[in-house]
Structures are given as structure tokens and as C-alpha cells.
Design a protein around this ligand. Structure first.
Ligand code: AMP
Length: 397
């Protein structure tokens, strides 16, 4: 069956058409600037050239229409007609406490996703627009929602509650939810497979180090803790996000800079992380690394702070699980940046974890990075959220 995987943002739509039997990506692409001037679609068929076409997309419905046109196009298409799409898998960011796993989409599911909009006001409405557009243009095709938060729903209360009055959890559902769940689930499963073991027999820490960064503790197959919280702002230092800080900084900074709370949160989301810490060099680790290599001390300190925070989280999750068997690195930085992996690993000697510097030179391929006598396995496991969404979709339809 061919599964169309859709990941809708407020002004963008990413897609992949995956053949579920061979698990091959038949085509992939991106619609950008939806609803604004200059919208365009970039489409790449398997083994073919990437093409970018400008085309007006006032709404996501026109974007989905264009995706279908590209997929069925005589020249750049990969299927004969719409009837060759067997199902659609939608990435949905926030499933709140309502969804602990992926579900087939019906009216009740749409209503329940709407009820989570409050928790992800930038993401969930865009995800819903993508669902509605696909339903309009592909009536009768089964659709599945795969939630970023679902994998983390197994966390115990002690891990997901904040130290604030309990009534706020009861009234407003303020708690840790966690994100990147599809990636943490996929990578922890794959890590066990690579080692020829069952995930249910292992204590795994997954380090999803990308532009957004999160870590999770997967204890015998279940997520027991994760670094992102009510929103994706908590936890590690990221590309542009601050991660953890003293909450009193919000009012302190608001008073000093003449901002309101939303203004400070905007700074913490968009101008912080390695971008802010490096004095504005970049949110991209390649640029920050290059600046550090050429003697920029502030950029070097930003990377030090980043790696130190990752190491601290690994330590806390090893403590929480009373040990760790496997630490897996994934996402843009985790898969490609051997220096960051080496910096993080330099803190792990107390766990008996040792990285092999030669093996660690690898980029983007499944690899065991640890030395033969390392007590903890260090792995590079490229994530594949689209494939995980396609698999869930097939499983459910
Ligand atoms: P992601 O959010 O997983 O797509 O990761 C994107 C981030 O990965 C980029 O912002 C870069 O900082 C980082 N990245 C990608 N390739 C490399 C590389 N070769 N070396 C270092 N960092 C990289």
C-alpha cells in the first residue's frame, strides 16, 4: 500500500509517499509560504531531480491539491492516479492526555484534537487544517493521526508533574507531555534491533539532538521521562530555544527590557539557545562549530554549555532508571556532529561508557560508536519519523 505522510505547519506542508511493502520513499517534497506571496512546491521523485515550482497556495487545500498533481504528473509523478494512495498518515503535535497512541481519524478524533489546541496553539490548528484539506480532496481514503506526545504518555506521575499546586494540573492539565515521541519510539526500537535484543530488556536513553532537542529515558520499552515539557521550550539548550531556566527570569527580564510575558517567551523560543548564547553567530551547529574552531570563544562556550546540559540529562535519566544499557544519538546534530557526540561522551566515564574516536567519525549511518569494552553501548541511529508514521498508519488501517 502507498501511504502519504503529511506534516503540516502553519505556512508549510511536508510530504512523503511511502510504499509500505518495500518501505521505499517514492517521492517527497515541501510546500512553502502557504497563504503568503511567493508560495512554491519542491518535489523530488525517487531517483529523480528535485524541481521547484512557484504556484499560488492561498490555503492548505491548494497545497494538498498541488501535492496530488505532482504525485500523479506524467513527468515527475510516481503514481497513475489518486486511487493508488491507500491511506494518509498525519503528524499531529499535541494529543494531550487523550491520545497514548496513533488513531484512525474520525469526527470524534478531530474534536479531541481541537480540544488540545490550547496546548499547542501554533501547531495543532495547522495539523487540523492539513487533515481537513486531505479529507476534502481524498474522500474515502482512511487517515491516521500520529501524535508527537503519544509515546511519552507512559511516564509516571512523579516524572510528569511539576512542583506547582496540584489544582493547576487538575484545572488546566499543566504537566510534562514531551515531544518528538515518534522519533524517540522509532530510535529506541531500532537501537534494540541493532543490538539484536528486545527493547523490553533494555534501559535506553535517546538523545534527539536537532534544531529542536530532547532526551528521553526508555525503560524496558516504556518512556519513563523526557526533557520537553508542557511545550517544546523546556529541557536542553536548542538551536534557538533556551531550554531550562529559573522561571523568575521571565518577570525579571520583562521588567528590565519592557516586555510582557509573551515577549519574553518569544525571546526564549526564537533568540536563545546556541544562537543567543553564541552572541548571534547562528542556530546552525555547523556555523557555531566553525566559529569555535576559528577562535570565537563565545561560540565555543555555547557548544560547551550545550554538551554539558545533554550530559546532565543523561546523568539524571541514568539515575532515574538505576542504570543505562544504551545511549542513542539521533537527529541533525546527533547524526552528523561527531564533535558534539565526543563532547557529550567525555562526561560519561563514570557510567563506564567510552566512545571509539575512529568509529565516531561516521555521519548519518547506523553505527555502534562505543569501544569494545564500553559498559554502555553508544549508538548512532538515524531517525525516520515519516517511516514511523507510515508504519503506524498501515498498522491501523
Ligand atoms: P534537525 O532539526 O534534526 O533537522 O537538525 C537540524 C540541525 O542539525 C541543523 O540546524 C544543524 O545545526 C545540524 N546539522 C545538520 N548537519 C550537520 C553537520 N554536518 N554537522 C553539524 N550539525 C549539523
Amino acid at each position: 500500500m502507498n501511504v502519504l505522510v503529511i506534516n503540516c505547519g502553519s505556512s508549510s506542508l511536508k510530504y512523503q509517499l511511502i510504499d509500505s511493502e518495500s518501505e521505499k520513499v517514492l517521492a517527497k517534497g515541501l510546500c512553502e509560504r502557504i497563504g503568503i506571496e511567493g508560495s512554491c512546491i519542491t518535489h523530488t521523485p525517487e531517483g529523480g531531480e528535485k524541481t521547484t515550482t512557484e504556484s499560488p497556495m492561498p490555503t492548505h487545500t491548494e497545497a494538498v491539491k498541488l501535492v496530488i498533481e505532482k504525485l500523479t504528473d506524467e513527468k515527475v509523478g510516481v503514481i497513475g492516479s489518486l486511487s493508488e494512495i491507500g491511506a494518509v498518515g498525519h503528524r499531529v503535535v499535541h494529543g494531550g492526555e487523550k491520545f497514548a497512541e496513533a488513531v484512525v481519524i474520525d469526527d470524534a478524533v478531530i474534536k479531541a484534537i481541537e480540544e488540545c489546541n490550547d496546548l499547542a496553539p501554533l501547531h495543532n490548528p495547522a495539523n487540523l487544517i492539513g487533515i481537513h484539506s486531505c479529507q476534502e480532496l481524498m474522500p474515502g481514503v482512511p487517515m491516521v493521526a500520529v501524535f508527537d506526545t503519544a509515546f511519552h504518555q507512559t511516564m509516571p506521575k512523579k516524572a510528569y508533574l511539576y512542583g506547582i499546586p496540584y489544582e493547576y494540573y487538575e484545572k488546566y492539565k499543566i504537566r510534562r507531555y514531551g515531544f518528538h515521541g515518534t522519533s524517540h519510539d522509532y530510535v529506541s526500537k531500532r537501537a534494540a534491533e541493532i543490538l539484536g535484543k528486545k527493547r523490553e530488556d533494555l534501559k535506553i536513553i535517546v538523545c534527539h539532538l536537532g534544531n529542536g532537542t530532547s532526551i528521553s529515558a526508555v525503560d524496558h520499552g516504556k518512556c519513563v521521562d523526557t526533557s520537553m515539557g508542557l511545550t517544546p521550550l523546556e529541557g536542553l539548550i536548542m538551536g534557538t530555544r533556551s531550554g531550562d531556566l529559573d522561571p523568575a527570569i521571565v518577570s525579571f527580564l520583562a521588567a528590565k527590557e519592557g516586555l510582557d510575558a509573551a515577549g519574553v517567551i518569544d525571546v526564549l523560543n526564537k533568540k536563545s539557545g546556541v544562537l543567543g548564547l553564541s552572541g548571534g553567530v547562528s542556530s546552525d551547529f555547523r556555523d557555531v562549530g566553525a566559529a569555535a574552531d576559528s577562535g570565537n570563544d563565545v561560540a565555543a562556550t555555547a557548544l560547551d554549555a550545550y554538551a554539558y546540559r545533554v550530559a546532565k540529562y543523561i546523568g539524571s535519566y541514568a539515575a532515574g532508571m538505576n542504570g543505562v544499557d544504551v545511549i542513542a544519538f539521533t537527529a541533525g546534530v546527533g547524526e552528523n556532529d561527531f564533535k558534539v557526540r565526543a563532547m557529550v561522551s567525555s562526561y560519561l566515564g563514570y557510567l563506564g561508557a567510552a566512545i571509539d574516536d575512529e568509529k565516531n567519525k561516521i555521519r548519518g549511518e547506523e553505527t555502534e560508536l562505543s569501544t569494545a569494552d564500553s559498559r554502555v553501548k553508544l549508538l548512532l541511529v538515524p531517525t525516520n519519523e515519516e517511516l514511523a508514521i507510515a508504519r503506524e498508519t498501515v498498522r491501523l488501517v
